[in-house]
Design a protein around this ligand. Structure first.
Ligand SMILES: [Zn+2]
Length: 122
């Protein structure tokens, strides 16, 4: 019983710290953020997709060789466009996106951004 209380307190502390730090990187508007059992993710649905996409790509390149050709860089640029368009058109108020679209475009955009970062930094 004592172990469970300690674990929950530790989890609460980590959750609180992540939420404080994430404020500097993401708007975290509740309507645009996933939540589970009343707890909101530390970042919005688009950023969740971006981080997961980038993380998955980094796992992939850890185990596989990637040749950063001009074609791959072009593809990376192209797959970031939906993320930018979705965010930009919503930002200027021409349309309202939804969390599934934010996450989906963020996921492929995260892969694209990770390819660009790895491609230009080696
Ligand atoms: Zn965000």
């Amino acid at each position: 019983m004592l172990g469970k209380i300690s674990y929950n307190k530790h989890f609460e502390d980590i959750y609180y710290c992540v939420r404080i730090i994430s404020r500097f990187f993401c708007h975290r508007i509740p309507e645009r953020t996933f939540h589970v059992k009343g707890r909101y993710f530390p970042v919005c649905s688009r950023c969740t997709g971006l981080y997961i996409g980038a993380f998955l790509y980094l796992i992939y390149v850890y185990f596989n060789y990637v040749n950063y050709s001009r074609l791959l860089i072009l593809i990376a640029i192209l797959i970031t466009i939906p993320t930018i368009l979705d965010g930009l058109t919503q930002f200027i108020g021409s349309r309202e996106s939804n969390n599934s679209l934010r996450f989906g475009t963020g996921l492929i955009g995260g892969i694209g951004f990770a390819i660009l970062i790895k491609g230009f930094n080696g």
